[in-house]
Design a protein around this ligand. Structure first.
Ligand SMILES: NC(=O)c1ccc[n+]([C@@H]2O[C@H](COP(=O)([O-])OP(=O)(O)OC[C@H]3O[C@@H](n4cnc5c(N)ncnc54)[C@H](O)[C@@H]3O)[C@@H](O)[C@H]2O)c1
Length: 249
């Protein structure tokens, strides 16, 4: 490790598991102080204690809680260097069977949650004159799949929101980017129905990603190595959206 995040103050939402946890671990290994913000207190406190982070129980769909998270972090450390709006939820159903409750949940967590986090961090960072925001989208935002209409819509919205924010905030010294992961085997996508075997046939790099492979992309965007990158959607998906590997060969 090369101390690429030495003494940086970082908030990561949805870091009680999966990609958020992997990102927290990598950031800490690179020297950062990390606040894990998640609704899952039990898992979040266990992860925080295991990796040397701090836990703040936060529902990203609640703007008051998100504002309080950012305010408490700045009160404790004096600044906020990086905000990773990563928490997300999914319901995979055909569009005509999608319930109002599932629609509301995905829009509230995946889109409104990213907006609340970007706004709260953006206010602090523009005041400071520096900061980086990395929002987690999905390759489903640019290349949707059946059964994921609302999820894909929220992720496309995250990319558009982030690009607009990048344009607005660049003159204030704040960068905003997205990462669009392909399939990772996390709590969100367990290996149900042998998804790994399917990827083997249709995706150029034919296996599901380890979250640490995605965290490396987030680290690049968040660190000074990415200091000329803003308004970018970094797709890390084993080539899935480049095209299909041959089927039936
Ligand atoms: N797993 C994949 O294949 C995949 C692919 C593309 C994009 N993504 C995105 O990556 C991000 C991380 O997902 P993951 O795969 O690590 O899933 P995960 O289920 O392992 O982690 C999601 C975390 O978000 C937390 N969370 C849920 N609702 C919340 C809320 N309202 N407030 C705060 N925290 C909340 C959960 O408790 C959990 O810890 C998500 O935005 C997801 O959409 C995942």
């Amino acid at each position: 490790m090369t101390n690429r995040m030495q003494d940086k103050i970082v908030i990561i939402t949805g870091a009680s598991s999966g990609l958020g946890r992997a990102t927290a671990e990598l950031m800490i290994a690179e020297g950062a102080r990390v606040v894990i913000a998640d609704t899952n207190r039990e898992a979040g406190e266990a992860v925080a204690s295991a990796i040397g982070a701090q836990f703040a129980r936060t529902d990203v769909g609640n703007p008051e809680e998100v504002d309080a998270l950012v305010a408490a972090t700045v009160a404790q450390y004096g600044r906020l260097d990086v905000m990773c709006n990563n928490a997300g939820v999914i319901a995979t159903t055909p569009v005509i069977e999608t319930t109002d409750a599932d629609f509301d949940r995905m829009v509230t967590v995946n889109f409104a949650g990213v907006f609340y986090g970007t706004r709260a961090a953006g206010r602090v960072m523009t005041e400071q004159g520096f900061g980086v925001i990395v929002n987690t989208a999905s390759n489903g935002g640019c290349s949707p799949s059946a059964g994921m209409a609302v999820y894909s819509g929220t992720k496309a919205a995250v990319v558009a929101l982030s690009k607009a924010c990048a344009i607005e905030l660049a003159p204030k010294g704040v960068r905003v980017n997205t990462i669009s992961p392909g399939t990772m085997l996390t709590g969100m996508v367990p290996d149900v129905e042998g998804i790994v075997g399917i990827l083997d046939k249709i995706q150029p790099i034919g296996y599901a990603a380890n979250p640490s492979q995605m965290a490396a992309g987030i680290l690049f965007l968040a660190s000074d190595e990415g200091n000329y990158v803003t308004g970018h959607d970094l797709v890390v998906d084993g080539g899935a959206t480049a095209g299909r590997a041959a089927v039936g060969t």
